[in-house]
Design a protein around this ligand. Structure first.
Ligand code: IPE
Ligand code: IPE
Ligand code: MG
Length: 249
């Protein structure tokens, strides 16, 4: 695949996160069950992952299943878990071929055993890969993550290993599931919804948001490229004024 020449590969977002939304509506539009939409969403995942790696994005994080998604009908939840196991199993080879490391964040212990096992195996097999880190957010919510972070700090403080003055932004970041990753620079959400739905609250503090009407199964390489082009056209001021951040020509 030739990368869109409008993309400046020297100014890429270092971490792209995607809220993959709209599978159910995509299926409904075709008179099918919601699960048909999830199955078709896998193609979009594959294309997005491969394109991101080809462009040179070092970190890609996909929101695949939220804490709140456990409240969906039992049948849909179990179909999603089965799909997850099958997809991870099938795609590990593609990850190896593309030198992509698989990672997962969220309450992984709450996943079915088969899912957890498949995930661990794929993470282990791909652990030496260096081109891109693909993180799946599974049984994840940002509020859950923040609670875990506070608990770990309280625990260390009570044991005398930490005191109040040690708590700073760097320490908090180290105790989130995303420890060691750069903050999200570009957050994409499909399906025309304009909300964060409990995804990466700390890590998106200064992210640029890109919303598209496309439903997730229709999202592809050109859509990811468009999001990056859009990102590169923004002026990121980080609290300063335009004249301070504009390049001197
Ligand atoms: C996103 O699509 C996939 C998951 C949340 C697992 P949805 O299933 O939310 O599809 P819509 O939003 O109902 O169309
Ligand atoms: C967010 O989508 C979660 C994932 C994409 C995995 P939802 O479809 O669950 O979000 P809401 O319910 O519309 O906020
Ligand atoms: Mg949805």
């Amino acid at each position: 695949m030739a990368i869109d020449p409008r993309i400046d590969t020297l100014r890429l977002p270092q971490h792209v996160a995607v809220i993959m939304d709209g599978n159910g509506r995509w299926a409904k539009q075709r008179g099918k069950l919601r699960t048909f939409g999830h199955t078709n969403g896998v193609k979009a995942v594959r294309e997005t992952v491969e394109t991101a790696a080809e462009i040179g994005i070092p970190f890609l994080t996909l929101y695949a299943f939220s804490t709140e998604n456990w409240n969906r009908p039992k049948m849909e939840v179990s179909a999603l878990m089965t799909l997850l196991v099958r997809t991870i199993h099938k795609e590990t080879k593609t990850l190896m071929d593309n030198n992509i490391r698989l990672n997962a964040i969220g309450d992984l212990d709450s996943l079915p055993k088969s899912c957890h096992r498949e995930l661990n195996e794929a993470m282990e097999r791909t652990s030496g890969n260096t081109r891109m880190t693909l993180t799946l957010a599974l049984s994840y919510s940002a509020k859950w993550e923040l609670v875990q972070m506070v608990r770990s700090i309280v625990k260390d403080a009570r044991a005398g290993a930490l005191n109040e003055r040690d708590v700073n932004e760097a320490l908090i970041a180290q105790r989130l599931c995303t420890a060691g990753m750069p903050d999200v620079e570009l957050l994409i959400r499909t399906s025309g919804e304009h909300r964060v739905s409990n995804f990466l609250l700390w890590q998106i503090a200064y992210a640029e948001f890109h919303f598209t009407e496309k439903l997730w199964p229709d999202f592809g390489a050109a859509d990811l490229e468009q999001a990056i082009i859009d990102f590169q056209g923004r002026e990121r001021r980080f609290g300063k004024i335009s004249e301070q951040v504009r390049e001197v020509v």
